[in-house]
Design a protein around this ligand. Structure first.
Ligand code: EPZ
Length: 419
């Protein structure tokens, strides 16, 4: 396993390019199962979650070459446990497989560090569309004589369940309406991808999405089709917070600030000086910021995937801050690690009470989940001394070339072999 060695207290400068969004690329890769043709991607991020997901699609018979996939010859409908356990988002193959092939067997993804991550909303909604679903030996066995379009009310606007249902509706018979749908930008990108193949969908960006099922005879191959995934708003936010926490002037390019309104407003409330462009966000030296309160929420509220990173910034701000994590039940794994570096964060159920300190010190720390790991990198950038961050494979899951990007901004960061 590898580790990062980071010398803290370095000012950053220059520009960093945002990569394509992991959480758009994954559902869109799943959606390639719907269409029997070659599909080329212009900017798939080189991260391990994408390579894991490709392995799952290959195990079903999809053919990949450098930046394209062809699912014309899918001949298996089983997503095996030993692949699924590494890639929770593999549950997203359920909807497209059921829709196009009328059967699917997907290992129950199981929990992960941040929570139990149930899939009950996915399964209940697919049952309403006519899928027969049983759970046996840790697998979801699903089959149907053909999904039927239905009016479905989600009990919670689950991102993954919304994505699964939109894909399931593509070859369903008739119209599907999803109420209380999630509408994260990654879902809008999935819809735009599906529309490229003539799927009639309306309501993107709202809580109600309508999808007209297609007939197989209506499908026409889109010749030489290629697609560009939207920028990763979570990665962009991480680098903006890096600029602020190191009191630096950096520019995050190739991002979509419109996907980050709540994050940008929260940072400005804390005293951050930002210049928000059409596709870039520039940080100015803002000194030590002021604490504030933040509660994670469904889009367009404050994103849970930027909670750990903001908490790190709060940990070095004036005064106290309160963070409430309302999306996942165990998304504070970064707290003990940050406290080891001298932060003063106390947990009380879903709340974290952060009392700002003016400096922190390097200490050996360990990654526990993707976004907590990003928070440790941010802390190491400002800690006095040399920080060793172990198990950086967590970071490789969702941040493309993180060490190179930070080195390009002037950080002292080195990737080393770890025991
Ligand atoms: C997506 O996960 C993202 N992952 C997560 O990003 C993100 O944190 C999350 O949405 C919330 O924005 C991908 O897009 C691949 P949910 P997902 O279904 O779809 C509960 C990252 O760091 N729930 O909206 O799994 C669930 O337990 C990752 O990039 C049910 O109870 O999120 C959770 O508490 C982490 N039953 C809440 O809803 C269900 O059937 C939100 O889950 C489904 C979800």
């Amino acid at each position: 396993m590898d580790a990062f060695i980071i010398q803290g207290e370095k000012e950053l400068k220059g520009e960093v390019q945002t990569s394509a969004a992991k959480n758009a690329a994954l559902p869109i890769l799943a959606a390639t199962l719907l269409f029997p043709q070659k599909i080329t991607f212009n900017n798939l991020p080189q991260i391990s979650d994408i390579s894991f997901f490709k392995k799952i699609l290959e195990s079903l018979g999809a053919k990949f070459d450098s930046n394209s996939v062809d699912t014309s010859d899918i001949n298996k409908f089983v997503a095996e446990y030993d692949l699924v356990r590494k890639m929770r988002a593999s549950i997203l193959v359920l909807g497209p497989l059921l829709s196009r092939f009328k059967e699917a067997k997907v290992s129950l993804p199981g929990g992960c560090a941040i929570g139990s991550r149930p899939v009950d909303i996915h399964l209940e909604s697919l049952r309403q569309m006519g899928a027969e679903i049983t759970l046996e030996d840790g697998y979801i066995n699903a089959k149907t004589n053909g999904l039927k379009g239905k009016h479905i009310y989600l009990s919670f606007p689950s991102v993954g369940a919304t994505e699964n249902l939109i894909m399931a509706a593509v070859w369903a018979d008739g119209e599907t309406i999803i109420d209380n749908a999630a509408f994260e930008p990654e879902i809008t990108d999935l819809i735009s991808f599906l529309k490229s193949f003539g799927v009639k969908i309306e309501g993107e960006g709202t809580r109600q999405i309508k999808i007209q099922g297609m007939k197989k005879e209506d499908f026409k191959t889109v010749e030489n089709f290629s697609y560009s995934i939207i920028p990763d708003r979570i990665e962009a936010a991480t680098y903006v917070i890096a600029g602020l926490i190191t009191n630096s002037e950096i520019t995050v390019n190739n991002c979509n600030p419109g996907h980050l309104d709540t994050v940008i407003n929260t940072l400005k409330v804390m005293g951050a000086k930002l210049e928000v462009g059409y596709s870039s966000i520039k940080t100015f030296k803002s000194g030590r910021l002021n604490g504030t309160n933040m509660a994670t929420s469904i889009y367009p509220g404050y994103p849970t995937d930027v909670q750990a990173q903001l908490m790190t910034l709060m940990g070095l701000s004036f005064g106290s801050s309160i963070v409430s994590e309302h999306i996942f039940e165990n998304r504070y794994m970064h707290v003990p690690e940050l406290n080891r570096m001298g932060m003063n964060i106390k947990l009380d159920g879903r709340n974290a009470i952060i009392t700002g300190v003016d400096k922190i010190k390097a200490a050996p720390v360990m990654c526990t989940d993707l976004r907590a790991s990003a928070a440790l990198v941010l802390a190491a950038l400002v800690a006095k001394g040399e920080t060793k961050i172990s198990r950086v494979y967590y970071i490789d899951r969702g941040y493309e070339k993180l060490a190179q990007k930070f080195a390009g901004l002037g950080a002292s960061i080195e990737r080393v072999k770890d025991v």
